[in-house]
Write a protein that binds this ligand. Sequence first.
Ligand code: PLP
Length: 407
Amino acid sequence: MTFDVNKVRADFPILAREVNGKPLVYLDNGASSQKPQVVIDAINTAYSEEYANVHRGLHFLSNLATEKYESVRGVVAKFLGASDENSIVLNSGTTEGINLVAYGWAMENLSAGDEIILSVMEHHANIVPWHFLRERMGIKLVWVDVDVTGDLDPQKVIDAITPRTKLIAITHMSNVLGTVVDVKPICEAARAKGVATLIDGSQASVHMPVDVEDLGCDFYPVTGHKLYGPSGSGAIYIRPERMAEMRPFIGGGDMIKEVHKDAVIYNDAPMKFEAGTPGIVQTIGLGVALDYMMGLGMENIAAHERVLRDYARDRLDGLNWLNVQGQSANKGAIFSFTLEGAAHAHDISTVLDKKGVAVRAGQHCTGPLMDHLGLTATCRASFGMYNTTDEVDALVDALELCHKLFA
Ligand code: PLP
C-alpha cells in the first residue's frame, strides 16, 4: 500500500482549520497528536449507542461495552508484537505504566542499595517514579550520559551494570533530541545478567514498527494520546514472567475476585493491575487509532517521516543562526533548537504561533537533559504522519521572521 499524505490529512478534521488567520501547521506531535475522524466517530458511537460500565454488568450494553473494551487488549498486543494479549495492561498512559512498574514490581523486588540505570535524556515520567524509590527505599540511581550528537551508546549502558543493578529504564526515542536508542543489545545483555529492562515507548511507538518480543524488553509502556488516540488512554506490555513477580499497585473494584473483612483474593493478571472503572471510551478509541495506524502500515508511516526528517534537517541546517540539539544519524523527526542571541524559546514559539505554526517551548519534562545541554529551554518542532515538506518550509519561513525580529 502506498502512503498518500494528502489522503491521511483528509482523515484529520482539525488540520483543515486556521490559527491566527493562517493554515494550521501542527508540529507539536511530541506532546500530543491530533485524532482521525475514525477515532472521533468511535468515541461518539461509544457514548451515543454503546455506553455502559464494563465487566460487571449482566445487561446488553454492559456486555457490548466490555467486548469492545476488552478487544483493545489484543489490538495493542498486535501493535506491539506481543504474542500473548494477557501481557498487556490497559491504563491511562506511560506515566501510569511506569508508576505501575515502580510500585508493583520494583518495590516488591528491590531493596536498599540496589541500582537502577537511567539515561540522562529520560522524560520525567521515567525519572520521578525512580526518585520515589530512591527517597523511600534507598535505591541508587545510576545515570548514563549521551554523547555530543545526542546518541546513547548501548555499550555505555551495559558497562554501567553492576551486581547491584536490578533495572535499566531508558527511552526508546528521546522526546527532545529525537534520538532512537538501539535498545536491543541492552535488553539482551541485561537479560543475560538477570537485570530487568523498561523501555519507554511513549515516543518511539508512534513513529516506527515496534516488536517487544524481538527487542527482548520486560516492560514497554505506550501513550494513547500520542498514538492518534484519545487522551487518558494507554497500555503497557509486561513480559509474563515479570508480571508474575508483581503485586497490585492500585486497589479497588475490578482487580479483585473476592473481598472479605479479613482477606482479599485478586483477579487474574492482567486484570489485577487495572483497578476501578477504566477509561472505557478512551481505550476503545485507542484500539481504533492503532487499527488506523496498522492499516496505513507502520513501515509506511516511518518511511514518510524519514523523508520529513531529512528534508527538515537540510533546511534547518541551512539556518546558521539556529542551534539544533541532537544530530544523531538515527533520529526521528523531532527537532529541538535555540536561536543565537537573546530570544527565549517562549518568544520564538509565540512568533511561530502567529504564523499558525504550533511548536512547544520549555524543558519538555527533561530536567537532567537540559542540565546536560546547559540550557533552560528549547523550542521543539515534532512531526507526525500527517505533516508535509511544505509545512517544514512554513516552519523555516516563520523562523526566518523570528531571526529578523530578534537578531
Ligand atoms: N515518556 C516520554 C518519552 C514522553 O515523551 C512522554 C510524554 O510527553 C511521557 C513519557 C509521558 O507520557 P504520558 O503522557 O502517557 O503520561
